[in-house]
Write a protein that binds this ligand. Structure first.
Ligand code: KG4
Ligand code: ZN
Length: 342
């Protein structure tokens, strides 16, 4: 097929209802994201039941807006793509049912996309050619994964968190510090005023060759710092001045980034990577972007990172990855189901 390939992507894996139309995997024709942050804020985290209901209310208007912004009708679409895993099943199911219905009614091929793999695609949007092999770090609220990539669709998982994801650690530490939800952006903002060397929080590297991550220890270290080793002391956070809180945020953020950069460098060395890719919600963090950029500069590797608005959940990444699956003839059928796990 020589004419451009237009793919409608749908994303409902967690708390963003999103749709996008992307041409040939790279040209964004339209992208609409409805965040549910305001709905979940009062609970301090995503409530699956609330997320599922909100997706049901929003999916239809989001799809209409996406088609009208792109000025594309169903006749111009070549495939319908959806993130069907991993995520909250009550949330994923809304996107999966919408995608299957449209594929059936409009008689289009259906493409199933892994949400975490799609995050990586956001870092490749401007690139038609990437120097391979590459390693990719995907850091989100649910995952901290290192992949070896031999093409856009051939990813091998080489490292993952054995407990909390990096974004989860940011969110939990923000709760300990009484900072607003979602925690990642709040910690980044407050950390700008803090001293990153103020508190030597632990950097868990696991065994010398390990590419896995562990962030539960640092979260506990922050908790002990605030509440005392036996957790019997007063919650000192109320009494702390803004500078003390900023110092904790900056020290925590730096410790997490040190580990992410060290493990990514370790992976790049082990795999002889010429390119390092960064994606996922935590990739929006400026300090992390700068630190990985510097590591790549110092070690002579190319660094590709998702544009900030495409780090957090969106459907451009779904439609973009689906293009490569379209080209490879990897289609799903109407028995497609949502799956919680990767
Ligand atoms: O990729 P994403 O939107 O959703 C998942 O697939 O999980 O990632 C959301 C996560 C949250 O944990 C959020 O706190 C974190 O990304 N995050 C950040 C920043 N912006 C979002 N973490 C650190 N710094 C940020 N600027
Ligand atoms: Zn995500």
């Amino acid at each position: 097929m020589n004419r451009p390939v237009n793919i409608l992507g749908i994303e409902t894996s967690c708390d963003e209802t999103a749709a996008a139309i992307v041409t040939d995997g790279y040209t964004i024709r339209s992208s609409v994201v409805a965040s549910q942050v305001d709905l979940h804020r009062k609970y301090g985290g995503v409530v699956p039941e609330v997320a599922g209901r909100a997706h049901i209310e929003r999916i239809h208007p989001i799809l209409s807006e996406t088609l009208s912004l792109a000025q594309i009708g169903p006749e111009d679409l070549d495939a319908i793509a959806v993130a069907n895993q991993p995520g909250l099943v009550v949330a994923l199911v809304v996107g999966v049912v919408a995608a299957k219905s449209l594929a059936m009614i409009w008689e289009k091929p259906l493409i199933a996309v892994n949400h975490v793999h799609a995050h990586l695609q956001s870092a490749m949007l401007d690139q038609t050619q990437i120097e391979l092999p590459a390693v990719a770090l995907i850091v989100s609220g649910g995952h901290t994964n290192l992949y070896e990539c031999t093409s856009a669709v051939d990813l091998t998982l080489i490292g993952k968190t054995i407990d909390d994801a990096a974004g989860e650690a940011f969110d939990k530490v923000a709760t300990i510090l009484n900072l607003p939800y979602p925690g990642g952006p709040s910690i980044e903002k407050v950390a700008r005023q803090g001293d990153p060397k103020a508190i030597p929080f632990p950097r868990s590297m696991l065994s010398p060759d390990s590419l896995d991550f562990s962030f539960s220890g640092i979260k506990t270290a922050v908790l002990y710092h605030v509440r005392g080793q036996d957790m019997k002391g007063d919650n000192r956070i109320e009494a702390m001045n803004p500078q003390e809180i900023a110092d904790i945020a900056a020290s925590f953020q730096t410790a997490v980034i040190d580990v992410l950069v060290a493990k990514t460098q370790r992976a790049a060395e082990q795999k002889g990577a010429r390119t390092v890719l960064l994606g996922g919600g935590v990739a929006a963090n400026s300090a992390l972007r700068q630190a990985l950029h510097k590591m790549c500069e110092d070690t002579g590797r190319e660094f590709l990172v998702a544009p900030r608005p495409l780090c957090t959940d969106n459907a451009v990444m779904v439609a973009s990855l689906a293009y490569h699956k379209f080209k490879a003839g990897q289609f799903a059928d109407l028995t497609l189901e949502p799956k919680a796990g990767a």
